[in-house]
Ligand binder design. Structure first.
Ligand code: MRU
Length: 367
């Protein structure tokens, strides 16, 4: 999508530098900084420190990390070491393991001399596929938004609510939850998006930056406001992203998503999840019992980053000295709270049968 009128992907390959370029998201929305990623340590730090973040983008970045590993040493042993090293960076988003597995399965049968070039080609393929997947999620989600718009008095916007940043910078392009928004806006449908701040890291500020750059009307709200807005008929539909969805449609996403789903259920508001197929973990069924939830540094809860009135980016402490913080980064929304899953192949029920209908080959392979 565009930044100040120029089209960007969230990562790209610079052939002259022979290096992956990323947008360092730690400085957004206040500063737009591009960084080269040139060592394995850089790749791991980029994911751990959330310079790159969002499930699909983590997966694509890891694929480029595998390409670097193969350029350095294409042996089986180094391939396995790179898989283990990169896979340990963040535990919840399944796209990381999906991308690493895909790279390893494709590269293992090749002679070592061919692996570096093949790995780079595969990383490009994974990035390009992500763009296409998200574009199609947008087109499928657009149909749902059109249906809501058709039932509203002329000129009244469709009011959406989203949590975290499942936007273009969380993917290679388009975003997942935001892709239907971009498509609807571009199709001339009036929208208004309630953007949850998403404490502790305030990924909602990233979503606001994205939507603002595309001219989509939105309001940044506290995490606790969504239930109230739903009670007062101010939300027509919730769309969130996902970091890992189980084979029966339980959805693991940014902490606080579950509470939004509960409020949506209580108020009869449709709760949809934008789901690229690489985010489905076909090996797990019960999300609450089986998905590992990342526990991040407590400092993210006790301190907050922002821009001062003087224009400097800085960090302030919000709690008394020594206050212990707790920081589970994701939660699981059980499938019975999810109205539907918006995938690149269409919209389905959040159930084993729904997913099996759209992805029969994947269901069979997992059996
Ligand atoms: O901790 P983050 O910022 O990486 O978490 C991101 C999310 O929870 C997104 O909603 C999810 O990855 C979907 S991104 C299209």
């Amino acid at each position: 999508m565009k930044v100040d009128g120029t089209h960007y992907r969230s990562l790209w390959w610079d052939a002259d530098k022979g290096a992956l370029q990323i947008i360092d998201q730690r400085w957004l929305p206040h500063d737009f900084r591009v960084q080269s990623v040139t060592t394995m340590e850089d790749f791991a730090a980029a994911i751990v420190e959330m310079r790159v973040r969002g499930a699909p983008l983590i997966g694509a970045t890891a694929a480029y990390g595998m390409a670097l590993a193969m350029a350095q040493d294409p042996s089986d042993a180094n391939m396995d070491a790179a898989w283990t090293y990169l896979n340990a960076t963040r535990p919840t988003a399944i796209n990381l393991r999906w991308a690493l597995d895909r790279c390893r399965a494709a590269l293992r049968p090749l002679p070592p001399a061919d692996r570096a070039a093949a790995a780079l080609t595969l990383a490009h393929e994974i990035a390009d596929e992500d763009v296409e997947i998200n574009r199609n999620i947008g087109l499928n989600g657009l149909e749902l938004i059109k249906q809501i718009a058709a039932e509203k008095p002329a000129g009244e916007p469709v009011r959406l609510l989203t949590h975290c940043n499942a936007g273009w910078i969380a993917t290679v392009d388009w975003g997942t939850a935001t892709s239907p928004m971009y498509h609807a806006h571009d199709a001339g449908i009036a929208l208004h998006v309630w953007v949850d701040e998403t404490r502790p890291r305030n990924q909602g500020a990233l979503t606001s930056w994205e939507l603002g750059s595309h001219g989509i009307p939105h309001t940044y709200i506290t995490d606790n406001a969504g239930g109230h807005l739903m009670q007062h008929g101010q939300v027509d539909m919730v769309i969130t992203g996902t970091d890992r969805t189980t084979r029966r449609g339980d959805v693991c996403n940014k902490i606080g998503t579950y509470l939004k789903a509960l409020a949506a259920k209580d108020n009869g508001v449709p709760f949809y999840v934008a789901l690229p197929s690489p985010t489905i973990d076909w090996t797990v069924t019960d999300g609450v019992a089986e998905i590992p939830i990342e526990e991040r540094d407590a400092r993210e809860t006790t301190h907050i980053q922002g821009r001062t009135e003087a224009g400097e980016i800085g960090v302030v402490q919000v709690t008394p000295d020594g206050t212990p913080g707790g920081n589970p980064a994701f939660d699981v929304t059980p499938n019975h709270l999810v109205t539907g899953l918006i995938t690149e192949r269409g919209v389905c029920e959040a159930s084993a049968a729904g997913l099996a209908q759209l992805f029969p080959e994947m269901t069979k392979a997992a059996e």
